[in-house]
Design a protein around this ligand. Structure first.
Ligand code: ADP
Ligand code: MG
Length: 227
């Protein structure tokens, strides 16, 4: 049996350590995600969802506990190794796409490979086009990100997140600012990718109708998993 793609043991996070305003916002999170899992993270505003996602995404360090990504204990990794792991093991999708607005859809999807390999080549272009096809946007390849709708931009962001074929994709309210129909399309896309590629998804949503179509709902309240 392969390792879980994600394992958290007693993860805590405090802000302002050493100041009078020190507060613990995550109080011992245990969580396991098998490969290919499709899981919603829910909870009220301020419950620690983004903090947790940032820690899992290696954008921030936990104050305590252990975090394993694809079986690797992240505590043993130095900054370079963390950066490499972040690049290869984790894809990110945010609420506000963070596409480069002056680049085309295709160029945005090429970006992770470009950063990795330094210069664009034909193979990179073809791969990016395949990814755009996968998210149903091949015919929009040469449109500037700026000129795409919110739902299209989010699908480009998903294609970009998949560029290095990570086993885990983290998404912080990826459908948060989309209309119902676009939100459903983005959700269906993530689900299809998860099923077809075996990519695990952990994504924050406030949409109960979508969350109920996941394998599992993890509910966070005041920095604790309650369900
Ligand atoms: P959510 O994403 O569920 O809305 P967050 O993870 O953004 O929650 O925030 C959880 C708690 O941590 C909140 O009380 C927030 O004010 C606090 N917090 C988040 N980031 C910081 C920070 N950089 N410094 C201090 N407190 C923070
Ligand atoms: Mg948040």
């Amino acid at each position: 049996m392969a390792e879980d793609v994600l394992r958290l043991e007693g993860i805590t996070k405090s802000y302002g350590v050493g100041t009078p305003a020190a507060t613990e916002v995550l109080h011992g999170i245990d969580l396991r995600l098998p490969h290919g899992a499709f899981v919603a993270l829910m909870g009220p505003s301020g419950s620690g969802k983004s903090t947790l996602l940032n820690i899992i995404g290696l954008l921030d360090r936990p104050s305590g506990g252990r975090l394993f990504i694809d079986g690797h204990d992240t505590a043993t990794l130095d900054d370079d190794a963390l950066t490499r792991m972040r690049g290869h093991s984790i894809g990110f999708v945010f609420q506000y796409h963070y596409l480069i607005s002056a680049f085309t859809a295709l160029e945005n999807v090429m970006m992770p490979e470009l950063l990795e390999r330094g210069r664009p080549d034909q193979a990179m272009r073809e791969h990016a086009l395949q990814l755009l096809e996968h998210v149903g946007l091949a015919e929009w390849r040469d449109h500037l990100a700026n000129n795409l709708s919110g739902g299209q931009q989010q699908r480009v962001a998903i294609a970009r997140a998949l560029a290095l074929n990570p086993p885990l994709v983290l998404a912080d309210e990826p459908t948060g600012n989309l209309d119902t129909k676009s939100a459903a399309a983005v959700f269906d896309l993530m689900r299809r990718v998860s099923a077809e590629n075996g990519t695990a998804f952990l994504f924050v949503t406030h949409n109960m109708a979508l969350a109920q179509r996941c394998d599992r709902i993890v509910e966070l309240v005041d920095g604790r998993i309650v369900a």
